[in-house]
Design a protein around this ligand. Sequence first.
Ligand SMILES: NC(=O)C1=CN([C@@H]2O[C@H](COP(=O)(O)OP(=O)(O)OC[C@H]3O[C@@H](n4cnc5c(N)ncnc54)[C@H](OP(=O)(O)O)[C@@H]3O)[C@@H](O)[C@H]2O)[C@@H](O)CC1
Ligand SMILES: Nc1ncnc2c1ncn2[C@@H]1O[C@H](COP(=O)(O)OP(=O)(O)O)[C@@H](O)[C@H]1O
Ligand SMILES: [K+]
Length: 490
Amino acid sequence: MIELLSPQGMGEVDRASAAAGVSGATLMDNAGRAVAASAQRRWPDARRVLVLAGPGNNGGDGFVAARILAERGIEIVVAALGDRSALRGDAAAAASAWTGETRDLAQADYAWPDLIVDALFGAGLSRPLDGAAAEAVGRVNASGRPVLAVDVPSGLDGATGEALGGLAVQAAATATFVRLKPGHVLLPGRSICGPVDLADIGTPAAALAAAKPAAWLNRPELWADAVPTPAIDAHKYTRGHVAVWSGPALRTGAARLAAVAAFRAGAGAVTIVGERDALQVHAAHVTAIMLREPGEDGGWADILKERRVAAVAIGPGAGVGDGARLALAQARAAGCATVIDADVFSMFPGDPEGLAKLIATGQGGAALTPHDGEFARLFGSAAPAGSRLERATAAAARLGAVIVLKGPDTVVAAPDGRAAIADNAPPDLATAGAGDVLAGICAGLMAQRAPAFEAAAAAVWLHGEAAKVVGRGLIADDLPAALPAVLQRL
Ligand SMILES: NC(=O)C1=CN([C@@H]2O[C@H](COP(=O)(O)OP(=O)(O)OC[C@H]3O[C@@H](n4cnc5c(N)ncnc54)[C@H](OP(=O)(O)O)[C@@H]3O)[C@@H](O)[C@H]2O)[C@@H](O)CC1
Ligand SMILES: Nc1ncnc2c1ncn2[C@@H]1O[C@H](COP(=O)(O)OP(=O)(O)O)[C@@H](O)[C@H]1O
Ligand SMILES: [K+]
């Protein structure tokens, strides 16, 4: 499983490493070597390398990389921020071991190198860049030269993926150590970093064991065990029955997208429930999916019970009337796992506690799938602050439900603090109806008894992979049909 560690957690690991007998100097030496290796692997033809070295340990890594690359015959100039005598500890030792050309940062010649190594600031950056550092970053970004960033591009907050004060080095690639940080994956950080090389620098396992991950990268290892394959003696209801609540006749598309997606995700049976005129529209489009009027079998609550509905998707095209609200309440009361999306958020504007209360009336798992706009609508002025990771995690705790904060870097967060960040969704997913499909996949997996966090994380990953299978020209209708190819690979 690919763990993400906060810069603060990384600092704790470094201190634990020292206590376990691996010194900071050793870690720094290995880090600098890893930077040199990344530089040579990615830019094998670079003959002239400018290393920008900052006042802390990030700069120390830069001095080590400078020495290693110079030993391999590459021309190096180090441009250092601040006085060398001001360096402390391991960084001071690394700088002393560098005997080649060193200039003041202001004297750096950005037209000279084939490659720039950015070792100005890493995890220790505590405030926006200013003065000589800010000026250097502006010149680096205007230089047109490729940049290999050490740990994180200078200016980027490794915890949040934001550029502090809006200014950061734009890297062509980043070499980081031990663990990825959330800022490598969250946007805009992921774009600012470029591809990330992750190096082991000899951190003892004991030092890592105590570190609590800030999140995981959303990959199948995280949830594959919880996503079932059909048992040999399966029948349709044991695989899981999904019910999707449909809104009015002229707004049926979203519910249908969710229903088809739930089916493709492996639900054994799917029923769309709605008023007769809406069902007549659905009937013109679906075959294996069943259609029921809430009135016909004695009401939605009876359908849920008698037809052994395991999971409900409610929100896509649901409308904001009392019908949808009651349907949600009855789904919770019936113990169904519940995926809550789209129109439901408009029913509780600025009232997340109202929605939390309703969710808490049922035992079934619950996952909410808002995009940023829906998240803002639901939470109103009391919206949690911070990075997308922090906001999703705080929201999950407040709602007592899994939150899927959708976007190009979708965050899935559980009330117990677990979180996963996705990096596999292509921008082709920015198309109407893609969110409805995601809600359906999630409901399909929850109907198969996948717990809400695992189901949601799996749904997000499958959704992104299905989009890649379709590629350019994708519309939401294409996504469910692309799922079998992706499921086959699991
Ligand atoms: N296990 C690992 O991952 C290992 C990590 N290692 C490396 O250590 C790096 C972290 O090192 P670090 O803690 O010394 O912090 P770093 O990023 O060099 O910057 C701090 C310096 O900058 C200063 N400063 C801060 N903001 C500023 C500003 N806006 N403008 C000006 N100055 C500012 C700050 O001063 P202060 O805030 O105290 O005034 C301090 O002097 C990490 O990224 C990785 O490269 C390896 O060496 C070993 C193993
Ligand atoms: N630029 C992007 N890159 C990758 N995925 C994206 C991007 N924009 C949106 N998505 C994904 O597409 C889906 C859009 O959902 P949503 O905004 O609810 O659309 P709709 O309501 O039209 O169905 C979400 O799963 C989101 O994560
Ligand atoms: K850096």
